[in-house]
Design a binder for this molecule. Structure first.
Ligand code: SAH
Ligand code: SF4
Ligand code: F3S
Length: 480
């Protein structure tokens, strides 16, 4: 048993990160572990977790498990969890309650919890004391070892907990079963060293570890061969890419080298305003295949709160960066994340946030109420703002955000924009769906041969969260 330890997870060392190309192996005696068995996996949280799930699926299929989209039918149920806010946590415990009923009816099913919540001491303590009927708990650094963890769990009748609190090396040979045939997640770095005072990620994902550029470029080249049209470069703080490598190679170099592979579309998330350089802006402008879409979390518009959050930029420097990006890339869409109700955020502080929103008129924003996470500095800060007040601020903020989203979308009406058609629309099976270069969701009338293609679409109607359009042949984009 290896239990999580927050103090260990907080430590950063200068130990060199090794790149291992053969750490993932499925021993012969484990290869048939999943024969005639089905797995069901539910994913919570960010793109990083979604991509981890793609790895977990491939590992399970290496052991001959087959996927089931119906939990009731599965022999193995995994919850790949997120620890970012209390409600993510509550959803998972709610789900564990449902699965308990299933396990009572079918005691032979294997139930596991993995992902960021597995890295939290409080979570594992709660599982061991209240839900020790679970079979496995494994952390974000243990994914490559899943075959062995599963074998132990299937042989023993006791709960198997394998959570490393010190990040391991970079494992380059983990297989992947991608959800899409057209767009792919590509990790460029793991972990985060920013330690924003509210955030649990540096503890659940460990220290920043950038992948070597050649592995990233080769992965992209391989994806092109397989017919992929779009890659999204993934990291908690992609602009800090390369800072931990022993070579002089930064995010702007990586972006340029990925652009030169000629993959049709490149996206990257998430950008921290702190590390966003002029060179990066210049590279995004230079290459047509780097999409004009930037997710640039603001968190707060108050310089006082930003300081307490440990974000290391001010209201003014954020606005300056925003203007620089818009000046260089006027067509780009910029989205953001905002936290309201950080400890002791005053009405004046909150109004500073509204002021930034009014100045930037974001294309869209994810907004959250501050959620204290055990082990982070902000969870210990005195807080004199009531939840009622925080909710009221969230509503005021959302109203403003929605107004600007709508305005941003309305600029598209009648314009022709490129859309990568991904498949059928979830809401209307007679329609196709895809995203514009600027990451706007569009529902389109078209035929299935167009799935996987980048087509020109004339926007015919604007809705609150999406747009409708029709495919046209004209290529004359009208600037927005
Ligand atoms: N790496 C990204 C953020 C990843 S977490 C960045 O630095 O911007 C996604 C978002 O969740 C954050 O941008 C933040 O707005 C929100 N978030 C993180 N911790 C939170 C907390 N304790 N309470 C409320 N929201 C939080
Ligand atoms: Fe969390 Fe800050 Fe790292 Fe983003 S940059 S993952 S908010 S610590
Ligand atoms: Fe959640 Fe972990 Fe991502 S905490 S947001 S799943 S890195």
């Amino acid at each position: 048993m290896n239990l999580p330890n927050l103090l260990e997870a907080k430590k950063r060392n200068n130990q060199e990160v090794l790149v291992k190309t053969n750490a993932y192996i499925v021993e012969n005696n484990l290869k048939n572990l999943g024969l005639n068995k089905k797995y069901y996996i539910k994913t919570y949280g960010c793109q990083m977790n979604e991509h981890d799930t793609e790895n977990i699926k491939a590992i399970l299929e290496d052991m001959h498990f087959t996927e089931s989209t119906d939990m009731e039918n599965a022999d193995l149920i995994l919850l790949n969890t997120c620890a970012i806010r209390e409600n993510a946590h509550n959803k998972v415990f709610g789900m564990i309650g449902r699965i308990k009923n299933l396990k009572e009816k079918k005691p032979n099913i294997i139930v596991g919890l993995c992902g960021c919540m597995a890295q939290e001491e409080v979570v594992v303590e709660e599982i061991l004391s209240k839900h020790n009927w679970l079979d496995i708990v494994f952390g974000t650094h243990n994914i490559y070892n899943l075959p062995n963890i599963l074998k132990k769990a299937m042989n023993n009748k006791k709960i198997e907990v394998e959570v490393l609190s010190c990040e391991g090396d970079i494992i380059e040979n983990i297989p992947v079963k991608r959800d899409s045939k057209y767009k792919a997640w590509v990790n460029i770095m793991y972990g985060c060293d920013k330690f924003c005072t509210y955030c649990i990620v540096p503890y659940t994902r460990g220290k920043q570890r950038s992948r070597q550029p050649e592995y990233i470029i080769n992965e992209v080249k391989e994806l092109i061969k397989q017919g992929y049209k779009e890659v999204t470069l993934l990291g908690q703080n992609v602009n800090a890419y390369g800072k931990d490598l022993n070579i002089d190679y930064k995010m702007e170099n990586l972006l340029e080298d990925v652009a030169k592979t000629n993959i049709e579309r490149i996206r990257f998330v998430t950008s921290h305003p702190w590390d966003f350089t002029d060179n990066m802006i210049a590279i995004i402008k230079k290459y047509d295949n780097i999409m004009p879409y930037i997710h640039l979390p603001l968190q707060s518009g108050s310089s006082k709160i930003l300081k307490l959050m440990g974000r290391r930029y001010t209201k003014e420097t954020y606005l300056e960066l925003y203007r620089k990006i818009k000046e260089a890339l006027p067509y780009s869409s910029i989205t953001t994340d905002i936290i309201v109700g950080f400890p002791n955020e005053t009405e004046d502080d909150f109004e500073e946030t509204l002021d930034v929103v009014k100045q930037c008129k974001f294309d869209s924003a994810y907004t959250f109420i501050f959620s204290p996470r055990v082990g982070t500095p902000a969870a210990k800060m005195q807080d004199n703002i009531s939840l009622e007040e925080k909710n009221e601020r969230l509503q005021r903020l959302n109203q403003l955000i929605n107004q600007y989203s709508k305005e941003a979308n309305e600029k598209y009406l009648g314009k022709i924009v490129p859309v990568l058609i991904e498949g059928y629309s979830e809401k209307d099976n007679n329609k196709l769906m895809g995203y514009t270069d600027t990451m706007k969701l569009v529902n389109i009338t078209g035929n299935k041969d167009q799935i996987g293609q980048i087509v020109n679409v004339k926007i015919t109607e604007i809705k609150t969260w999406s747009m409708d359009g029709e495919i046209v042949n004209e290529t004359d984009y009208v600037s927005i």
